[in-house]
Ligand binder design. Structure first.
Ligand SMILES: Cc1ncc(COP(=O)(O)O)c(C=O)c1O
Length: 379
C-alpha cells in the first residue's frame, strides 16, 4: 500500500494554510447560525487558560497537583449548586460518560440488568446498555412529555426484583422537559436512581434563583443516587467537561501502579484536562451573577423565538422550561437538510416530530429574525 504519511517536515506557513482551509469549512458559534448544539463559544479567557494546560493529564494526577487542585475546587463549587454535600465526584467527558458510569454502578450494586428510562432519554443510554450488556425498557410520557409516573409505579410493582436502575431526565434533549424527580425518587428508594441533568443541571439552579418555579431535581431529593451535568453546555466551558456526582457505592477508580497519584478515576486513562482549569477560570469570571444574566438573556431570546415562530404559523410543542424551543413539524429531516445547505444549523425532534432550537448565548435576536424569515419562505 502506498504510504501517504508525510515523508519530510513542511514549513509552518504551508501547514497553517491547510489548517485554515479546513477551519474555514467548519461552522462556528460566532456566526450565530448554530441553533442545533447545546455547546457554545467559551470566553477568550478560557481559550487563554486552555492553551496553558495542554499537557495536563489527570490520568496521571501526581504529576499535576495544580490541575488536580483546580479540579477539586470545580467539583466542590458546582456540587454546591446541586446540593451534593460531600457525595463523590468525577470529571467525565460529558453526559454520555456520566450516564455510562451511572449504569455501571447500578449493575455492580444490584447484579441486575434492566434499566427503566423515559421515552425522552438521550441515546447515550443505548450506548451504555450495549457496552454494559444491560437492557433498556422505555416508560411512556404524559401529555406534557414527562415520564408517566403511574406506568413507572406499575412496572416497579410487577418487576421490582429485576430492575437495576431508574433514570430521570432534568432537561430533556429535545424539549428541555423535567421529569418528576421527587416522585421517581420516592418510588425507587431501594433501586439505583440516576438523574441525567447534562443540560438542565447548569440551567435549573440559576433559573430557580431568577424565581422560575421549577421542581427539585438534585441531591435535595433523597432517592437520587447519582447525577450528571455538563459545564461544556450552559456552563460555557470548552469541550469536553462533564461532572458526575454520586452517593456512596461502587467506585470506577482503579489502582494505576506505574503512574502517579494513587489511582485513575475515569473510564478514560490518559485524559485531556485543560478544560478543567479553563472552566475554573470561566466560573470565576462569571460567578453566579454572570450566569444568571446569561441564562436570563437566553430565556428572553427563547420567548422571542417562540413569538416570532408563532407569527409565521409554527406551534411550540411545550411551554419552555429552559432555553430550548421545539415546534411541531411533520417533515423535519428534509427541512433540517435544506437549512444546512443554506448555512444554518437547526435540529430536529423525533417524539413528536418537530424542529428544535437550542437558544445558547451565541444566538442573537437578529439571528432569530433571520432564521424565522428564511423558514417562513420555505414552508
Ligand atoms: C440530556 C442529555 N444527556 C446526555 C447527553 C450527552 O452529552 P455528551 O454528548 O456531552 O456526552 C446530552 C447531549 O445532548 C443530553 O442532552
Amino acid at each position: 500500500m502506498k504510504s501517504i504519511f508525510p515523508d519530510k517536515g513542511k514549513d509552518t506557513e504551508e501547514i497553517m494554510d491547510k489548517i485554515d482551509e479546513a477551519r474555514e469549512k467548519d461552522m462556528n458559534f460566532s456566526s450565530g447560525r448554530i441553533f442545533g448544539s447545546m455547546c457554545t463559544e467559551s470566553p477568550d479567557l478560557a481559550k487563554e487558560v486552555y492553551s496553558r494546560f495542554l499537557e495536563s493529564n489527570l490520568g496521571n494526577p501526581g504529576l499535576y497537583p495544580g490541575t488536580s487542585q483546580l479540579e477539586e475546587e470545580v467539583h466542590e463549587a458546582v456540587g454546591s449548586l446541586i446540593d451534593a454535600g460531600d457525595v463523590e465526584s468525577l470529571s467525565v467527558g460529558g453526559g454520555t460518560e456520566g450516564n455510562i458510569i451511572a449504569l455501571w454502578r447500578a449493575r455492580e450494586r444490584s447484579g441486575r440488568r434492566k434499566v427503566l428510562l423515559p421515552e425522552s432519554a438521550h441515546f447515550s443510554f443505548e450506548k451504555a446498555c450495549s457496552l454494559l450488556d444491560m437492557e433498556s425498557e422505555y416508560i411512556p410520557l404524559t401529555d406534557d412529555f414527562k415520564m408517566d409516573i403511574e406506568v413507572l409505579k406499575n412496572k416497579l410493582e410487577a418487576e421490582r426484583e429485576e430492575i437495576a436502575a431508574v433514570v430521570g431526565i432534568a432537561g430533556t434533549t429535545e424539549l428541555g422537559a423535567i421529569d418528576p424527580i421527587e416522585q421517581i425518587g420516592e418510588l425507587s428508594e431501594d433501586i439505583y436512581f440516576h438523574v441525567d441533568a447534562a443540560f438542565g443541571g447548569f440551567v435549573i439552579p440559576f433559573l430557580e434563583e431568577l424565581d422560575h418555579d421549577l421542581p427539585a431535581f438534585d441531591f435535595e431529593v433523597k432517592g437520587v443516587d447519582s447525577l450528571t451535568l455538563d459545564p461544556h453546555k450552559m456552563g460555557m466551558a470548552p469541550i469536553p467537561l462533564g461532572l458526575f456526582y454520586s452517593r456512596e457505592g461502587e467506585d470506577i477508580s482503579i489502582d494505576s501502579p506505574y503512574l502517579t497519584g494513587g489511582g485513575q478515576k475515569s473510564i478514560r486513562g490518559t485524559r485531556a484536562s485543560a478544560s478543567i482549569p479553563a472552566f475554573w477560570a470561566v466560573m470565576h469570571h462569571f460567578g453566579k451573577e454572570g450566569y444568571k444574566n446569561l441564562i436570563s438573556a437566553c430565556m428572553e431570546k427563547t420567548y422571542y423565538l417562540i413569538d416570532r415562530m408563532e407569527e409565521v404559523g409554527f406551534e411550540p410543542i411545550i411551554e419552555p422550561n429552559m432555553n430550548i424551543a421545539s415546534f411541531r413539524y411533520e417533515e423535519p429531516d428534509e427541512m433540517v437538510e435544506r437549512l444546512y445547505e443554506k448555512g444554518w444549523n437547526v435540529s430536529r425532534t423525533v417524539h413528536p416530530k418537530g424542529l428544535r432550537f437550542v437558544v445558547m448565548p451565541h444566538v442573537s435576536f437578529e439571528g432569530i429574525d433571520e432564521i424565522v424569515e428564511i423558514l417562513s419562505g420555505m414552508i
